[in-house]
Design a protein around this ligand. Structure first.
Ligand code: DX5
Ligand code: ZN
Length: 224
């Protein structure tokens, strides 16, 4: 049976109370912390870096931290995030000149590695990279901001990525990021996604626990 992962994006949390927010969302049923790193270069926004990841670890966060790098170049920052306590590090292949080298570097640093595909980026690169990939992250919005609407054509891409992963026979998570809400999460799970990033849907709600429970119920109903 698939274990479904809910990974709230702290991009939509209250940064002035970040430790408390992360404690609360994990206590309310989240599995991972999705950590969006933006550099005002690869994407038009600027967020948080390794120091904040380390601060969350020192605060006592023990859940997996899923670091989504939206930075260019990527290699220099990988060891910094590994040292800061990242569990998984994903990057956009467009942002690395040497994708295989970046994947290797993430593994050498003791983390799980993933590739992130923008809505218009084809999955082709997986053909020769899949052996080093632990997670495929499909962006269902253009990266840079929380609170955008889900781009519908990504649903077909979920099915395509699921087929590639299954054909590889490898243990690879399929994550979807952008515009994921309680009312579409079931459909995304039925298409083959198993890991769900949700920022505004969770942190924008008054009660995180009830949204997370509703998400899990909708996944269960759609995949029964
Ligand atoms: C966008 C980020 C997402 C974002 C998702 O570049 O990668 O993780 O926070 O936010 P929502 O869930 O609000 O679309
Ligand atoms: Zn993200």
């Amino acid at each position: 049976m698939t274990d479904y992962i809910i990974a709230p994006s702290i991009l939509s949390a209250d940064f002035a109370r970040l430790g408390e927010e992360v404690d609360k969302v994990l206590a309310d049923g989240a599995d991972w912390v999705h950590f969006d790193v933006m550099d005002n270069h690869y994407v038009p926004n600027l967020t948080i870096g390794p120091m904040v990841c380390q601060a969350l670890r020192e605060h006592g966060v023990s859940a997996p931290i899923d670091v989504h790098l939206m930075v260019e170049p990527v290699d220099r920052i990988i060891p910094e995030f590994a040292k800061a306590g990242a569990t998984t590090i994903t990057f956009h292949p467009e942002a690395s000149k040497h994708v295989d080298r970046s994947l290797q570097l993430i593994h050498e640093q003791g983390c799980k590695a993933g590739l992130v595909f923008n809505p218009a980026t084809p999955l082709q690169i997986l053909e020769w990279a899949i052996e080093k990939v632990d997670m495929v992250l499909l962006m269902s919005v253009n990266p840079g901001f929380g609170g955008q609407s889900f781009i519908p054509h990504v649903k077909q891409k979920i099915s395509a990525a699921r087929a590639l992963i299954d054909a590889s026979g490898r243990d690879i998570r399929l994550e979807v990021d952008g515009g994921v809400k309680a009312d579409n999460i079931g459909e995304l799970a039925a298409l083959g996604a198993d890991t769900f990033v949700a920022g505004s849907a969770i942190f924008g709600a008054p009660d995180y626990a009830s949204v997370i429970t509703e998400m899990r119920n909708n996944i269960a109903a759609a995949t029964a």
